[in-house]
Design a protein around this ligand. Structure first.
Ligand SMILES: Nc1ccn([C@@H]2O[C@H](COP(=O)(O)OP(=O)(O)OP(=O)(O)O)[C@@H](O)[C@H]2O)c(=O)n1
Ligand SMILES: O=P(O)(O)OC[C@@H](O)[C@@H](O)[C@@H](O)CO
Length: 445
């Protein structure tokens, strides 16, 4: 029986396989389809020696979540990827199961890894072929994507290009321009030659293959390949004769190799916040003033982000929530006029809390209160302000950030335009920053 290289006293049982339920209410992007079955194998069975931490890097906390959860989510969102095979070391199976449960990951099949990355990937592929060992009921895909679990940012567009190119060429992989000039050295430690940098590329992930092509390559490869190889594209060139199509990927494809990649999370935080703040919905009742303000906000905000106005007649709140959830709106601007009763916003927050929206990322809810009365709302009743704080505090526990934003209705058009611009500025900043400390604050536009 195979033993674990880094934990030699432990035997590896490749037959361990845990399958999570398929996505029941999976939040798919749903926009595109490919005409052939695709699955992904995420090798996550390494111990991350270069990081020098006791926790393997794929399980390290990254923006308050285990890194691997981001990578899984990147694939889970794509509805044309049918199965996500996560390969982990035997001693990490329980940890991985906890992560899958905690973050409600779907369509996952968990497989025990091998001593090296290539062995882990091969174990992941076997789940589709070795039905006796793996008791597999998974359909063999035509194309399989392979992606390091420690590369959390990968977009659907690139995956689509790589999968399609793999279907046509047998194999395809992402590349990036070389950062440094590469030189060859002599055995005496002197310069031998310098590579012409423009001719070379750094090989990155994702890569994709016709399933049979990569599987046959692994079946033929030597112990040396399994032990020391780092390039799947090379294996298919050598053993299946397929010349991979290379596609340049974005800089965000970076891989976590050393500690500095986790500590420089600001960069990644920017990418996450940026993608979370790209769209918002403005919800109103059917009251004319509220609808009018909502459309003014839509018009102004549209210069920065995608906005949809949803006017919800009383009694249709359920379909409104379904709409928000299906379109994955994680930024909600809720417009009310005069009314200081927080009941509706409480219900909204409760309904959002019952969807899968806030599980992975915070949802921002901005209550825009248009005050048309002569007196200041809340001024006579500090309890109301306290109520916003309390609501925000409870919502925060569900990963929902609630803010209040007050607009006093000015009669002059110019002042009204200023007020709308201010609301957009404040709302846009709250959406972009997603600052949990400011949740529960009442801003005045
Ligand atoms: N036996 C292994 C070794 C690596 N991997 C996975 O392959 C990916 C890329 O490998 P690498 O960066 O080399 O990971 P580690 O081996 O964990 O890191 P190190 O080389 O620093 O030890 C990682 O997601 C890693 O978990 C794997 O599935 N099984
Ligand atoms: O971190 P390393 O460069 O050693 O390993 C890289 C591999 O995990 C893999 O991402 C590439 O080989 C791309 O093929």
């Amino acid at each position: 029986m195979e033993t674990d290289r880094k934990f030699p006293h432990r035997a590896i049982n490749p037959a361990t396989r845990i399958t999570t339920e398929p996505a029941l209410n999976c939040s798919c992007t749903g926009s595109r389809m490919v005409g052939f079955p695709v699955a992904v194998v995420l090798p996550a069975g390494g111990s991350g020696e270069r990081m020098g931490l006791s926790t393997p890097k794929q399980f390290c906390d990254f923006l308050d979540r285990p890194l691997i959860s981001f990578t899984i989510e990147a694939f889970e969102r794509i509805n044309w990827i049918q199965n996500i095979i996560v390969v982990v070391a035997k001693e990490c199976i329980d940890l991985m199961k906890t992560i899958i449960h905690k973050y409600s990951h779907k369509r996952i099949t968990l497989v025990v890894g091998g001593q090296t990355r290539h062995r882990s990937i091969f174990n992941g592929l076997k789940v589709f072929t070795d039905s006796q060992v793996y008791d597999s009921k998974l359909t063999k895909p035509e194309v399989v994507i392979i992606h390091d679990a420690v590369r959390p940012f990968v977009e659907e567009d690139l995956l689509l290009k790589i999968a399609t190119a793999a279907k046509d060429h047998g194999a395809a992989g992402a590349t990036r321009p070389l950062v440094s000039t590469v030189i060859a050295t002599t055995s005496e430690g002197c310069l031998d030659s310098s590579l012409e940098r423009a001719k070379y590329r750094a090989s990155e992930m994702p890569q994709a293959f016709l399933f049979d092509t990569i599987y046959q390559a692994y079946q033929q490869c030597s112990d040396y390949d399994f032990e020391y190889g780092t390039e799947c594209l090379q294996l298919v060139l050598q053993y299946s004769g397929s010349k991979a199509k290379l596609i340049e990927g974005p800089p965000t494809l970076w891989k976590v190799r050393f500690k500095v990649f986790l500590t420089s999370a600001e960069l990644s935080k920017c990418s996450v916040s940026e993608s979370l703040s790209q769209k918002a919905c403005v919800i109103t009742g059917v009251q004319q003033d509220a609808v009018q303000l909502a459309h003014c906000l839509e018009k102004t905000l549209l210069t920065q982000i995608m906005v949809e106005v949803i006017s919800t007649p009383v009694g249709e709140e359920v379909s409104c929530i379904q709409n928000i959830s299906a379109k994955e709106y994680r930024n909600i601007i809720y417009v009310i006029v005069n009314d200081t009763d927080l009941q509706e916003i409480k219900q909204l927050v409760e309904s959002i809390g019952n969807t899968s929206l806030p599980i992975l990322y915070p949802v921002v809810v901005i209550m825009v209160h248009l005050n048309k009365s002569e007196s200041m709302p809340f001024s006579n009743n500090m309890d109301e302000l306290g109520a916003i704080r309390l609501l925000a505090k409870e919502a925060k526990q569900k990963n929902i950030l609630v803010y209040g934003l007050l607009v006093n209705y000015p009669k002059e058009t110019e002042k009204w335009n200023d007020a709308v611009a201010n609301v957009c500025l404040i709302a846009g900043t709250l959406i972009k920053d997603r600052n949990a400390v400011l949740a529960g604050q009442l801003f005045v536009a």
